[in-house]
Ligand binder design. Structure first.
Ligand code: ADP
Ligand code: MG
Length: 177
């Protein structure tokens, strides 16, 4: 999506997005991005605990996009979120970088995808993320930035950043149309 205009009102960022050359969306769209929380963690355990805190605020259907480089702690945070949702224990959660999607809990309540190896819209279509999103499920997507303008709205965006050593900055944003 081509976003060429953005401005902040308090903690909200209004972004005007024009028609995508890929999806051929017909009209300009306004996205409202609200910063919900920012946290710096100093260990994997602290990140897992923060994931549990985040889970309390997530109600299905909910799409959570996790963005950030390799090793920033996306999978670690997902462990806390999935455990906090009561779908599986932290140890049962692992990176779905080869299988692409993991399912936790009974009746497909939580899906965990990793788009690291996804290339192009066709690969993405095979994942069937829209099907998951249409269910009353929580869908957690690592490398969510790869969705680009295919990312459904509304969603929660979690941006993770390596601050050196064991320190990670975690920014939580809500994105609405
Ligand atoms: P990603 O999924 O983003 O590639 P992972 O969660 O798989 O990242 O890996 C993060 C790595 O960084 C793990 O080895 C973890 O032990 C380590 N780590 C060190 N400090 C932290 C922290 N504060 N939060 C999360 N992970 C951390
Ligand atoms: Mg990962």
């Amino acid at each position: 999506m081509i976003c060429d205009c953005g401005f902040m009102i308090e903690n909200k960022e209004i972004v005007l997005c024009f028609q995508s050359p890929i999806t051929n969306r017909q009209s300009p769209m306004i996205k409202v991005v609200t910063t919900l929380a920012e946290r710096v963690t100093h260990s994997p355990e602290e990140t897992v605990l923060f994931g549990r805190e985040i889970a309390v605020h997530l109600g299905p259907p909910c799409l959570v996009l996790l963005e950030g480089d390799l090793g920033t702690g996306k999978t670690t945070l997902v462990k806390g979120i999935v455990a906090g949702l009561g779908a599986a224990s932290e140890d049962e959660v692992s990176s779905p970088s080869f299988t692409l999607v993991h399912e936790y809990g009974s009746a497909g309540r939580v899906y965990h995808a990793d788009l690291y190896r996804i290339e192009g819209a066709r690969d993405l279509a095979t994942l069937g993320l829209e099907d998951f999103s249409s269910q009353a499920a929580t869908v957690l997507v690592e490398w969510g930035e790869k969705l680009g303008d295919n990312a459904p709205i509304p969603c929660v965006k979690i941006r993770m950043e390596h601050l050196g050593s064991d320190n990670r900055r975690i920014l939580i944003e809500r994105v609405e149309a």
